[in-house]
Design a protein around this ligand. Structure first.
Ligand code: PAF
Length: 329
């Protein structure tokens, strides 16, 4: 018999491909998972006056098996009563959208609400931790913050339809404030295939950061699929980028083993050889990239220790040029 978790009130902020994928995975086990309409975005789906009453049917096309449909409850960002009830908000927006999307909600959350950030790259947790602590002290809140990373793949085919494109490891763990309740952890780990709770979580996020540092910008610059990076002419540059990651991580108190990291990067290149990385796709579609939260994050942390990261700086500068051309077109 399927376990049920009817008492936990969960909402997802950011109904992109990963947000909707996690929505469906949770909805298989528990009813009433909500989607929070982002305060900083108005789309045709979101702009209607009647959205408060809307409970759309979302479609999920899993890698194998039949299409599934789950009903979502939409929560407006100013619906204080609905926000106050939430036990967990899973934040699935891009790293550079986290603060803008989350800050307006914070004052309306209940004392014990928990936040889980699930995005590529790192950075928002540093801005958010003092904000949460500040809010907590001021409002008597006791919020908790967990962080995670997922290598699952999905694409959004229509506003309320996602297709799963790949399986992959999901790693979650505690970062600040009150720990997530045992029942919420259990629900997440049951709902998301191949997921694990990691303590501490930051070393896992740094390993994923290293993968993104090595693959994402290079594929965008070369205008290539990930597999191109397996060619010997790119090895030296990839190793130089990873050297800088290992050095900065060490200053953060995180020991990354260079050989294991290199092996992981080349294994991801091989396993995803036919894919276009998310940064390649952002440039291709004229969107802002996540470079600030990936190589940019490394550079920022390096500067705080007086370290220089010339290879990563060179790469970031190239992406800034590509990005400005792409978004101007
Ligand atoms: O951002 C991405 O595209 C992915 O995280 C990865 C692992 C680089 C594969 O394309």
């Amino acid at each position: 018999m399927k376990p049920t978790y009817s008492s936990e009130k969960i909402a997802i902020l950011g109904a992109g491909a990963i947000g909707q994928l996690v929505f469906h995975q949770l909805s298989r086990l528990t009813q009433g998972v909500a989607l929070i309409l982002r305060p900083d975005v108005t789309t045709s789906t979101h702009s209607s006056k009647s959205t408060k009453e809307l409970e759309p049917e979302l479609t999920f096309l899993p890698l194998s098996g039949e299409a599934e449909q789950h009903q979502a409850r939409l929560i407006q960002a100013d619906d204080k009563a609905a926000l106050k009830e939430l036990d967990l908000i899973i934040v699935c927006v891009k790293a550079y959208q986290v603060q803008g999307a989350l800050t307006p909600l914070l004052a309306h959350l209940k004392t014990s609400c928990h936040l889980l950030l699930l995005h590529n790259g790192l950075g928002p947790h540093l801005e958010l931790t003092p904000l949460l602590e500040g809010k907590g002290l001021h409002l008597g809140l006791n919020l908790g913050l967990s962080l995670g990373t997922t290598s699952q793949g999905a694409i959004k085919q229509a506003p309320w339809q996602v297709k799963q494109t790949g399986t992959g490891l999901t790693q979650l763990g505690h970062h600040a404030g009150t720990e997530m309740s045992a029942s919420l952890k259990q629900l997440l780990l049951h709902a998301i295939p191949d997921s694990q709770w990691c303590s501490p979580i930051l070393p896992m996020l740094w390993q994923k950061l290293a993968v993104n540092i090595a693959i994402n910008p290079l594929t965008a610059i070369l205008n290539s699929r990930n597999g191109e990076l397996a060619k010997p002419q790119y090895r030296k540059l990839i190793l130089a980028l990873l050297d800088e990651v290992v050095t900065v991580a060490k200053h953060e108190g995180i020991e990354l083993e260079k050989a294991a990291l290199t092996e992981r990067v080349f294994s991801v290149i091989k396993l995803t050889a036919n894919n276009f990385s998310s940064m390649h796709q952002d440039i291709h579609h004229g969107r802002k990239t996540e470079i600030d939260a990936i190589n940019g994050y490394l550079i920022k942390r390096a500067k705080s220790y007086g370290l220089s990261t010339p290879k990563n700086e060179e790469i970031v500068n190239k992406i800034i040029v590509l990005e400005s051309k792409a978004t101007a077109d």
